[in-house]
Design a protein around this ligand. Structure first.
Ligand SMILES: NC(=O)C1=CN([C@@H]2O[C@H](COP(=O)(O)OP(=O)(O)OC[C@H]3O[C@@H](n4cnc5c(N)ncnc54)[C@H](O)[C@@H]3O)[C@@H](O)[C@H]2O)C=CC1
Ligand SMILES: O=C(O)C(=O)COP(=O)(O)O
Length: 526
C-alpha cells in the first residue's frame, strides 16, 4: 500500500507534486487544531509541517502509523524531538533551503529600522509628509554584532560586509579559521554587547540561548543600539527590551519572531521604533519552493526506500546505501537481540565490531540497530531511533570498531556484551542470498539462520546429549526445523541452536536444563 502523508501547514504546491510523482498519497489539511490533528494523525505514515503545527507527545501518542515528521524549514522547536525519538519517528528538516531568504529578511529589517521605513510609509500614505520626523542612521562603517554565526548568521554577515559594515560574531562553535574566511571578528558575548551598533540573532532557541538578551545584557550595550531578531521568539526578553526602548537605551528593534505566536499582542507592539513582521523570515517563493521540494523528496525517499537525510534524530543513509544496509541492519538487530535475550544481568558495555565491507557503510545506523535489538528484551518500546539515547540514559557504554575483513566473511558484525558477570560475543554475516546468519557464538563457530522461534542450548561436548535432547522435544511434540551444532574443542564447550516450529513450554526447557551435559538453555524469538 502506498504510504500516506498529511501536509498540515501551508507548503508550496511543489510538495504535493513531488509526493504524487513519487507514489506517496497526500492529504492537504492545514489549520487543524490539536484535537482535530490528534483525531486523524493515526491515518498517516508521514506529516509535513512548517512552524505552525505542534508535534507534541499527545499527538505522537495517537500517531500509531507515523514514521516521519518532515519540517519544511529549519527550526524543529515545534516538534517534541525526544518524544518522537522514543516512538521511533524520524524528524527531518531542510537545513539550507530558506537560509538565504531569512538572512535577507534580517538585513531588510536592519535597513527598515535604520531608516524607519514602515513608520515613514504609514505617515506618508496618510498624507502627512513628515520630512523632518524621520531622521535615520547610516549603516556604512557601523558594527553589526551577529549572535550565532551558522548558516543564516554567516550569510547575514556576508551581506552586511557587502554593505560596508564591520561584523563581529559570537558563536562558541565558530572556529577562528572560519571567522577569518567569513571576514568577521570572533568575539566574546560581552564584547559584542559592548561594541555593536546593531545586533542580529541567529541561534536556535535552547536552554542556553533563551533570554540571551535580557535586562542585564541590555545594560551593557551601547546607548542607541538596534536589535534584530529573525531567529526565535524567546531569545530576547521582550518585557526588558520594551523597557529599554521606552527609556531610549535601545533605539530600535525589529522582530520577526515572538515568544507567543501567532503574536496577537506583544509587549513590543505599539512602540514607534519597533518594526514587526509575522514570522516572514522564510517567506519568499524561492525559499518556499526549495523547502517544499526538499522535504517531499526526503520524506518520499524515507517512506519508499528507507533513505534518511537531514534527520535530527538519526544518522543519514543514502538511497544507494539503503538496499545494501537493509539486510545488515536486520543482522545487527538480530545479533543484538540474540545477545540481549541471553543477558540476564545489567549491561555495562556493548562493543560492536564491523569487519570487511560493512566497515565502509554507515555503521552508526547499524550500531543503533544492534543496540535496539540488545535492549528490546528488557525495554519493549526501544527502537532503532531511540536506542542510542536510551543506552546513554542507562549508562551503557557503546563502542564501535571497524577493521579489515576477517576470515572467510566479506562482512562480519560482532556484538560483544559485557555485563557484571561476563563478556559474551556473537557474530554474524549476510550471505549473497541477503539472509542474516549467525556464525559465531562465544568463540564457537556455527552457521545458522535466525528463525522466529529458536532454542539455544550450551552444553558440554559429551556423547549422548543430542539423542536425549531431540527425544525431549519429540516427546513434547515440538518439531525441529533446523539443528545446528558447534563446539570449541572435542570434549569442550558446545552449542546447539535449534529452530523449532511453534513455541516451547517452560516445562520442556526445564527438562532440557536437567540433562547432565547442559549448562544453559533458553528459548529465543526473532
Ligand atoms: N524567521 C524565520 O522564518 C526563520 C528562522 N530561522 C531560525 O534561525 C535560526 C538559525 O538557523 P541556522 O543558521 O540555519 O542554524 P545553524 O545551526 O546553521 O546556526 C545556528 C548557530 O548558532 C550557534 N549557537 C548555538 N548555541 C549558541 C549560543 N549559546 N550562543 C551563540 N551561538 C550559538 C551554533 O553554533 C550555530 O553556528 C534557527 O533558530 C532557525 O529556527 C530559520 C529559518 C527561518
Ligand atoms: O525554518 C524556520 O526555522 C522558520 O522559522 C520558518 O518558519 P515557517 O516555515 O515560515 O513557519
Amino acid at each position: 500500500m502506498a504510504p500516506r502523508v498529511l501536509i498540515a501547514d501551508k507548503l508550496s504546491p511543489a510538495a504535493v507534486a513531488i509526493f504524487k510523482e513519487r507514489g506517496v498519497e497526500t492529504d492537504v489539511n492545514t489549520g487543524l487544531d490539536k484535537d482535530q490533528l490528534a483525531e486523524i494523525i493515526g491515518n498517516y505514515d508521514g506529516i509535513a509541517i512548517r512552524s505552525a503545527t505542534k508535534i507534541t507527545p499527545k499527538i505522537l501518542e495517537k500517531a500509531k502509523n507515523l514514521k516521519v515528521v518532515g519540517r519544511a524549514g529549519i527550526g524543529v522547536d515545534n516538534v517534541d524531538v525526544p518524544a518522537a525519538t522514543q516512538k521511533g519517528v524520524i524528524v527531518m528538516n531542510t537545513p539550507f533551503g530558506n537560509s538565504i531568504t531569512t538572512a535577507e529578511h534580517a538585513i531588510s529589517l536592519m535597513l527598515a529600522l535604520a531608516r524607519q521605513i514602515p513608520a515613514a510609509d504609514t505617515s506618508t500614505q496618510a498624507g502627512k509628509w513628515e520630512k523632518n520626523r524621520f531622521m535615520g542612521v547610516e549603516i556604512t562603517g557601523k558594527t553589526l554584532g551577529v549572535i550565532g554565526c551558522g548558516n543564516i548568521g554567516s550569510i547575514a554577515a556576508d551581506r552586511a560586509l557587502g554593505l560596508r559594515m564591520k561584523v563581529i560574531a559570537f558563536d562558541p562553535f565558530l572556529s577562528e579559521e572560519r571567522a577569518v574566511d567569513l571576514g568577521v571578528e570572533k568575539v566574546e558575548l560581552e564584547d559584542l554587547f559592548r561594541r555593536a551598533d546593531f545586533i542580529t540573532l541567529h541561534t536556535p532557541l535552547t536552554d542556553r540561548t533563551r533570554n540571551i538578551i535580557d535586562a542585564k545584557a541590555i545594560e551593557t550595550m551601547k546607548d542607541g543600539v538596534r536589535i534584530i531578531n529573525c531567529a526565535r521568539g524567546g531569545l530576547v526578553d521582550e518585557v526588558a527590551l520594551r523597557a529599554a526602548l521606552d527609556s531610549g537605551k535601545v533605539a530600535g528593534a525589529a522582530f520577526d519572531v515572538f515568544v507567543t505566536e501567532p503574536a496577537k499582542e506583544n509587549p513590543l507592539f505599539g512602540h514607534p521604533n519597533v518594526v514587526c513582521t509575522p514570522h516572514l523570515g522564510a517567506a519568499t517563493s524561492e525559499a518556499q519552493e526549495n523547502v517544499a521540494l526538499q522535504v517531499a523528496e526526503q520524506m518520499s525517499d524515507y517512506l519508499l526506500r528507507g533513505a534518511i537525510s537531514n534527520a535530527v534524530n538519526f544518522p543519514s543513509i543514502t538511497a544507494e546505501q539503503a538496499p545494501k544496509l537493509r539486510p545488515l541492519i536486520d543482522l545487527a538487530d538480530k545479533l543484538g537481540s540474540f545477545a540481549g535475550q541471553l543477558t540476564e544481568s545489567g549491561i555495562k558495555q556493548v562493543r560492536i565490531t564491523y569487519a570487511g565491507a560493512v566497515a565502509q557503510l554507515n555503521t552508526r545506523a547499524l550500531t543503533s540497530s544492534a543496540v535496539a535489538g540488545l535492549l528490546r528484551p528488557m525495554l519493549a518500546d526501544v527502537n532503532v531511533v531511540s536506542a542510542p539515547s536510551v543506552a546513554k540514559e542507562r549508562g551503557i557504554i557503546v563502542e564501535e570498531t571497524t577493521r579489515e575483513a576477517q576470515g572467510d566473511y566479506e562482512s562480519l558484525i560482532t556484538v560483544e556484551v559485557t555485563t557484571e558477570r561476563q563478556t559474551r560475543g556473537v557474530s554474524g554475516t549476510v550471505y549473497a542470498d541477503g539472509r542474516p546468519r549467525i556464525v559465531n557464538i562465544k568463540g564457537i563457530r556455527v552457521d545458522a539462520e535466525f528463525g522466529p522461534s529458536m532454542l539455544y542450548v550450551a552444553n558440554e561436548d559429551k556423547p549422548g546429549f543430542v539423542g536425549k535432547f531431540a527425544g525431549i522435544l519429540g516427546d513434547a511434540g515440538v518439531n525441529i526445523a533446523t539443528f545446528h551444532l558447534g563446539r570449541d574443542a572435542q570434549g569442550g564447550a558446545a552449542i546447539a541452536l535449534v529452530e523449532i516450529d511453534g513455541a516451547v513450554s517452560d516445562k520442556v526447557i526445564e527438562e532440557v536444563k536437567k540433562l547432565p551435559q547442559v549448562t544453559h538453555a533458553k528459548p529465543l524469538h526473532f
